[in-house]
Design a protein around this ligand. Structure first.
Ligand code: ADP
Length: 356
């Protein structure tokens, strides 16, 4: 077992920079989730770690050893694909044996024992003699995992492995995968475009945008202290509200509202004048009357009941801006009501509009 280190990893496809100078350490046994929108370079990064894609620049170490130029089979890494990539003509047992027969010199009996033991961990013993065509999506997914686990690799790479499952099964498998990963304590890099999956599964998450690494941190670090506006908008559901504001001294002026800052917050901003003010929907609440400078009159629009919460769309009274407040589902809110939205200063995020 070992950790992985990416050193200035870059991948160019002609004039497309798919991965742009990415460096990070993934600890031994860690579950790291690579997350970002479609096309941001997640799969390419994973494929370079697996050896399915060459690096244009940079290096990748597994433990003390550089693997950047090693053959995929010599990397001690197992990959699980979104498509499962099972051999249709082989039984589950055959699929699980296949990688082991190729890559180890274990005896037939030892291989059988490993397959049985892995099947037991995944609760798929009764499926061993079936073929992939006779399995449900969830069962195929387990077999694909089994095929990776049975090899006992130093690293697991998973590329959107749950995206073909329906919502309920996906959430079950999320929990199960986490449990398995903890039990096996194998360094894992997991790719997804789904921020909920990233937040719930990762020990840490690495947020990519346009090939560049935006932030690596625990889910809570990325949520509470996003490194920039991109991370702030990507992590969290519903998405953070953003307002373009101009700062004059300690007052922010936006379209349809003013927002005073306390002295120390304003001082920290130095000379920066063009800012984005961000606030998460769950940090906006309704108060009976405007009692302070951070209580902003607003008008309600669409109300989306989510069960225990309501997402209430708001504008300022002059119709400008649109933002969302997530409030308790028991709170009675209707459309076109005049309300007062409290945006506490402790909850706001400020980003320099020039640099993000
Ligand atoms: P993600 O997995 O985040 O959706 P990818 O790593 O698949 O993103 O792709 C990153 C960028 O690299 C995209 O712009 C994509 O079009 C480009 N790309 C990926 N693979 C190739 C390839 N084989 N040839 C040319 N461009 C590619």
């Amino acid at each position: 077992m070992a950790g992985l280190t990416l050193n200035h990893v870059t991948k160019r496809f002609e004039d497309v920079v798919a991965v742009d100078d990415v460096s990070m350490d993934i600890d031994d046994g860690e579950f790291l989730v690579l997350v970002g929108p479609s096309g941001c370079g997640k799969s390419t990064t994973l494929r370079m770690i697996a050896g399915l894609e060459t690096l244009t620049e940079g290096d990748i170490d597994l433990g003390e050893r550089s693997i950047a130029h090693a053959k995929p089979a010599d990397r001690d890494i197992a990959m699980v694909f979104q498509s499962y990539a099972l051999y249709p003509h082989m039984t589950v047992r055959g699929n699980m044996r296949f990688g082991l027969e190729e890559s180890t010199d274990l005896s037939d009996e030892e291989i059988d024992a490993r397959v049985e033991e892995t099947a037991a961990k995944l609760d798929i013993e009764e499926l061993l003699d079936r073929r992939p065509g006779e399995l449900s999506g969830g069962q195929q997914q387990r077999v694909a995992l089994g095929r990776a686990i049975v090899r006992d690799p130093a690293v697991f790479l998973m590329d959107e492995p749950l995206s073909n499952l329906d919502a309920k099964l996906r959430s079950q498998m999320r929990t199960e995968l986490q449990r398995l990963q903890e039990e096996l304590a194998v360094t894992t890099v997991y790719v997804t475009h789904d921020q909920t999956e990233a937040m719930t599964m990762g020990d840490r998450i690495a947020v990519l945008n346009d090939g560049e690494l935006m932030q690596v941190g625990t889910p809570l670090e990325c949520y509470h202290a996003p490194a920039n506006e991109f991370v702030a908008g990507f992590i969290g559901e519903p998405s953070m509200n953003f307002f373009a504001v101009e700062r004059e001294g300690d007052t922010l002026t936006g379209d349809g509202f003013e927002y005073p800052l306390s002295n120390d917050v304003a001082t920290d901003l130095g000379e920066t004048r063009r800012l984005t003010l961000g606030v998460r929907p769950e940090d906006v609440s309704f108060v009976p009357s405007a009692d302070g400078p951070h209580d902003l009159p607003a008008v309600t629009g669409v109300v989306e009941p989510m069960g225990n919460e309501n997402n209430v769309h708001l504008t300022f009274p002059d119709g400008s801006e649109e933002f969302v407040a997530t409030v308790d589902g028991m709170e009675h809110v209707e459309r076109d009501q005049h309300v007062v939205a409290r945006v506490p200063e402790a909850a706001i995020h400020l980003f320099d509009r020039e640099t993000g």
